[in-house]
Design a protein. Sequence first.
Length: 231
Amino acid sequence: MTRVFAINGSPRLDKGNTGLILSTFLQGLELNGAEVDLFYSSRLKIRPCNCGHLYCWNRTPGECIHKDSMQEIYPIMKAADLLLIATPVYTPLPGDLQNFINRLTPLLDPQIRFREDRTRAQFREDVQISKIILVAVGGWWEPENFDTVIRIVQELAEVSGVTYGGSLIRPHAQYMRKAGQLTEEGQEILRMIEHAAQELVQFGEIGMETLESIRQPLVTKEAFLGDWYQS
Ligand SMILES: Cc1cc2nc3c(=O)[nH]c(=O)nc-3n(C[C@H](O)[C@H](O)[C@H](O)COP(=O)(O)O)c2cc1C
């Protein structure tokens, strides 16, 4: 049984494109036997990491000084096998989600070592997470818009000493719907997302072909620009 801790960083909660893709992915994971906990960073009270002294490493190891929503979710996160970070690209991240990522620091054990010449920590012994995956949507045309967000999630996995399990990205996600209804291509993308969930639970990873089909262009660059100026 895989336990999934999912956080959705979209201020539009389940109504946005992040919510559409994430809910399909999570349903797919549950159908394949995973147990899911889902939180919305903009609904939680997450103060910024601002003691400035790494107290959670030096003074009160593993404990953050801020008493807010993070205290309720730390135990749930620690028990999860998979951390799933879902977000719209906001050049690069919505503020609440960035606060969430910063506040993961107490979960890290600062027994620093070099891995591939980079300064790295690892999750503390009581943290079960072994993989981190990104689900991201963007409004702009090209997949390169996601590079910074992907790098942030890869870096998080690398500094925590766990596997980066890939990024499920959907550029110009708004083209999955027309007048509020899913288009045929939109439905096909959602089917591929269900397939990605199945692959993840069955094989421990999502195939490149599946990821490619989820990010495929739904409109030409020229049509994208035309629509932009017409709307
Ligand atoms: C502040 C802000 C910054 C954004 N920056 C980018 C960006 O750099 N690249 C991109 O592809 N989309 C960008 N977008 C568009 C959103 O990613 C897009 O509208 C997405 O569908 C929003 O997700 P949601 O529907 O879950 O709210 C930005 C949107 C906002 C509000």
